[in-house]
Design a binder for this molecule. Sequence first.
Ligand SMILES: [Fe+2]
Ligand SMILES: [Fe+2]
Ligand SMILES: [Fe+2]
Length: 426
Amino acid sequence: MSSHKLRVDMFDLVSSIARIVDMMSPAVGSHHMQVAYLADRLSEELNLSDDDRFELYIAGALHDIGAFSLQDRLDLLEFEDTKPGEHSIAGSLILDTFKPFSPMAQLIKFHHVPWKNGRGATQGGESVPMGSHIIHLADRVAVQISRRTPVLGQVRGICNAISARSGEIFVPEHVDALLKIAKREYIWLDAVSDSIEVILRRTVVHQRRELTIEELVDFSRLICRLIDFKSEFTASHSSGVAAVAVQLAKLAGFSRYERRLIEIAAYLHDLGKLAIPSEILEKRDTLTEDEWFIMRSHVYYTFQVLEPFEMLRAVSSWGSLHQERLNGTGYPFGLMADDLPLGSRIMAVADVFTALTEDRPYRKGMTPESTTAVLQAMVDADELDKNLVDLIFNHYETMNQMRDTAQKEATREYHGFQTDLQRCGK
Ligand SMILES: [Fe+2]
Ligand SMILES: [Fe+2]
Ligand SMILES: [Fe+2]
């Protein structure tokens, strides 16, 4: 069964992630898509190969993915780089955990390295890919574009600012390419268009890749790290939910293949948290009403990203419905029991069980007695599926053990990531 192939369009996958990361604030606009678009126009002008262009598109669309807080994202929109290092390394470390994305991880790692008249060809003994310098240029052009005045009136100023830094900050050949494409008005109008993703879909050389179910599990694990490593508070949550959900699915009679799908759904169930600033995820005090609304919206964003993927239909409905309750009091759809498939009921139970039992930096997980009482109360209120909760009660020890082991492993990985981050940042 594990030889199942799924047709996945990498363009669609990457664009959806870029879109969600940019939802963090309207102030961020569509920065990732803009950089991907400008990098693609530059690489077209520079006659790069289709493969190189596609790698640059992915790297451009995800380049600031390692900037977890809203403040970091806003700082990066300043034209003069102030703290370029950490987010580049964080993004590259996470992307590098998925083999097919290793080349893009290298591009992202160095996307703020100045050219320094040729000395920027290497950094810390490593060679800096030319693509990193292209992303750097595209990024610095994008941050200068304002939506407050007509974009065509800004072109001269932007080109002057970039030209003044040719050689010192940017590769002169890349600056020449920019000055050439800058004469084409449509490029600027595309860059500020609300349809930029549609335009990109037309211009980027598409690569449709077939992923095996195992590759898709690996890819979702990468996304899981992006989601969970945003904050120490959530660092191992989705891994815990995955362990519990897979075990519950097994007891409920799911096939091997379906269990792989439920594992993917668990890794992705909090995908929408990519749109939530880490300032809110990490807040120790009670959230304000507005912050709570922002937090709740993550489930809707998970749905928005996953729903268009035909081949991930089951994953999408299982993952996006994890806050729905059988009695209709859940969100964001308020569905009733009849509309909640077994997979999403499993996800809801696994999510609640993990949230109750996991340790957080500011509090210990609940005891079995308290956990059981809360779950039972939720069954009595017709919120969670009784049969599934009974499965937890009947296998409490094993279930909790599996969750704990998975979360310890994820926490170790998280600390390894933090250590690497500090080591590379030096
Ligand atoms: Fe950046
Ligand atoms: Fe950027
Ligand atoms: Fe959630």
